[in-house]
Design a protein around this ligand. Structure first.
Ligand SMILES: NC(=O)c1ccc[n+]([C@@H]2O[C@H](COP(=O)([O-])OP(=O)(O)OC[C@H]3O[C@@H](n4cnc5c(N)ncnc54)[C@H](OP(=O)(O)O)[C@@H]3O)[C@@H](O)[C@H]2O)c1
Length: 327
């Protein structure tokens, strides 16, 4: 698998990352079952066999069970830990925890960041996290608290590098005004059907498509300029372009699905490979995070490593996905 360098660091990682969001089974406090662990290890092993060296987590994924399930991979080989990059996130808190009346919320306070990392380390059964991301921007952020937490986590060796997720350019600038450690990653939703990150650069000075409320304006360009690696979550568009059945696919999705299938047939690869290759074709060296637990689909995604999309093919997919030709 081809590699990319994360931010301005010496981390050379697989250009496709594996997303561990659902490997822990159900989203509740039920205990992790033997069956779920077995399935999780099968998915992780398949990802590694395909050359993936980068694994994405969050403290909240399946209520901590995804991190816990992942830790069983250490039974495979004692030296595995140094060969892979582990990323996790903190900052989202579920409603009802710890008190029943607590709402779903974000929390970038010093104490929450520190607690969250300690709990992730325990669940992942490791001494260090390679990259810690702030999961979703907290409107009540006190950047001084983030700076203090990141300093201590870095100095104690618990976290090597830091980054953010779902942040726009100015939110990163705000953090950078206080945080000493470089922010090397911004993880955002991006796929052919959800291309706002790219669209925001197209519609400057355009009046249409009028139904779009584009967010993240300038964030892609900001990250490129500042050596922040963009990771694409939702990179498979949840299967909508690769055969997942839903009753209410709209016309735009159907047309994009057909074009993806057509290109896959022409290039003799899987539709998943086309969907992932569309992200890889962008010169920002964006790292797609694939969230499928199905070993066959993991293999299908990794075929993207060998797919070259021409400018024309990339734009054809982009136009179908945005539901309008280029202005
Ligand atoms: N930073 C954030 O806020 C954020 C948010 C969400 C996710 N993430 C990260 O990004 C990763 C990927 O995101 P994602 O899981 O939302 O999106 P994704 O990779 O686009 O989609 C994966 C999901 O789609 C299903 N799927 C794919 N192809 C399918 C098909 N042909 N038929 C039926 N189901 C199909 C998969 O089910 P199977 O497992 O059955 O294949 C899986 O549930 C996550 O694991 C997580 O690490 C980050």
């Amino acid at each position: 698998m081809k590699t990319l360098k994360v931010g301005n660091t010496d981390l050379e990682v697989s250009q496709i990352a594996y997303g561990c969001m659902t490997i822990g089974g159900s989203w509740d406090n039920s205990p992790l079952s033997e069956e779920t662990i077995k399935k999780a290890i099968g998915s992780i092993r398949e990802a590694m066999d395909q050359g993936i060296s980068f694994f994405d987590h969050a403290d909240i994924y399946t209520y901590g069970k995804s991190e816990e399930a992942f830790s069983f991979i250490w039974n495979e080989s004692a030296s595995l830990r140094e060969k892979i990059i582990l990323q996790t996130k903190c900052g989202i808190r579920f409603g009802g925890i710890p008190k029943a009346e607590d709402p779903q919320r974000y929390d970038f306070s010093y104490s929450h960041i520190m607690n969250s990392v300690d709990n992730s380390l325990k669940r992942l059964k490791t001494d260090y996290i390679d990259i810690l991301l702030l999961h979703r921007p907290d409107p009540l952020v006190e950047p001084e608290e983030v700076a203090k937490a990141f300093d201590e986590l870095h100095d104690s060796g618990k976290v090597r590098y830091f980054g953010v997720s779902n942040h726009n350019a100015m939110q990163i600038e705000l953090l950078k005004g206080y945080v000493k450690q470089p922010l090397i990653v911004n993880q955002l939703e991006l796929n052919i059907l959800h291309s706002d990150l790219i669209e925001s650069g197209i519609i400057t000075n355009q009046r249409y498509p009028t139904d779009r409320h584009i967010r993240a304006s300038g964030t892609l360009e900001y990250c490129r300029l500042n050596n922040i690696t963009i990771q694409a979550w939702g990179s498979l568009a949840n299967g909508l372009l690769t055969g997942r059945h839903t009753d209410n696919k709209d016309e735009k999705i159907e047309r994009t699905y057909k074009l993806v299938s057509q290109f896959a047939e022409k290039k003799n690869v899987s539709p998943e490979a086309i969907v992932i290759a569309w992200i890889l074709r962008h010169p920002a060296k964006i790292q797609p995070v694939i969230g499928t637990t199905n070993p066959e689909r993991i293999r299908a995604c990794c075929q993207a490593d060998k797919v070259e999309l021409s400018r024309e093919e990339w734009y054809a997919l982009f136009s179908e996905g945005r539901g309008a030709m280029m202005p």
